[in-house]
Design a protein around this ligand. Structure first.
Ligand code: GRF
Length: 230
């Protein structure tokens, strides 16, 4: 089986990188990580690459005269590694329009909200301030406008009364670790692609079920319609 060659870009903790490494460690998974790049020399996530014996490079933005020079160095490393898909996983640097256009359709990101709600930073604070009862995460194609590219997959989690931003972040992060490998698999299996700015699916089974939050009491006949013939 030919596996999709994936590069993962990080700046910090790298828990999503670790989730992708875990998925790719299964020989039946249709993608492999060929390169990890961090723009932060001491990013804790680099240890995950090292432990999995994945080549890792540090491209420190301070060492580059301009954003374009940094992005050119990034592009060169990705080409050298033969990357076919680039996954941003907590990569805290805005990429130039030129870089994004060049990699469009092969550049994806995970964001810890149900986009288009709550773009940018302090996402969980934004969700709590807005009072939503359900939040989640989104894997999307990257476009020049921040956190605005079309969604490939989303996962929802409840917001609990009394949640702090940290508690909500932790719940969303668990969902991220399932969603990111799933989105990479959809792409690697050829079930999803970007066409003229829209995400197109082929042969992708629909999800069933409803997430309700909060649920005032244990599910009962009041909430669940009688089953057929029951
Ligand atoms: C995640 O919440 C991701 O959605 C966001 O940055 C965070 C990175 O976490 N873009 P980690 O470095 O993958 O642990």
């Amino acid at each position: 089986m030919k596996r999709l060659r994936v590069a993962v870009l990080i700046s910090g903790r790298g828990s999503n990188l670790q989730a992708l490494i875990g998925a790719c460690s299964d020989a039946g998974f249709p993608a492999e990580i060929v390169l990890v790049i961090s723009n932060v020399a001491r990013a804790p996530g680099l240890a995950h690459a090292e432990a999995a014996r994945i080549p890792a490079k540090i491209i420190a933005h301070e060492g580059h005269a301009s954003r374009d020079a940094f992005d050119a160095a990034l592009d060169a490393k990705l080409l050298e590694a033969g990357a076919e898909l680039v996954c941003l996983a907590g990569f805290m640097r805005i990429l130039s329009d030129g870089f994004v256009r060049k990699w469009q359709g092969r550049l994806i990101n995970i964001h810890p909200s149900l986009l288009p709600s709550f773009k940018g930073t302090r996402v969980h604070e934004q969700a709590l301030a807005a009072g939503v009862r359900i939040s989640g995460c989104t894997v999307h194609y990257v476009t020049p406008e921040l956190d605005s590219g079309p969604a490939i997959a989303q996962a929802a989690v409840p917001v609990h009364p009394g949640d702090t931003a940290d508690a909500l972040a932790a719940r969303v992060l668990v969902a991220e670790h399932t969603l990111y490998p799933l989105a990479v698999k959809l792409i690697a299996d050829g079930l999803v692609r970007l066409e003229r700015g829209k995400v197109v699916f082929s042969d992708c089974p629909d999800t069933e079920g409803i997430l309700i939050s909060p649920l005032p009491e244990k599910r009962s006949a009041f909430f669940d319609p009688p089953s057929r013939g029951g």
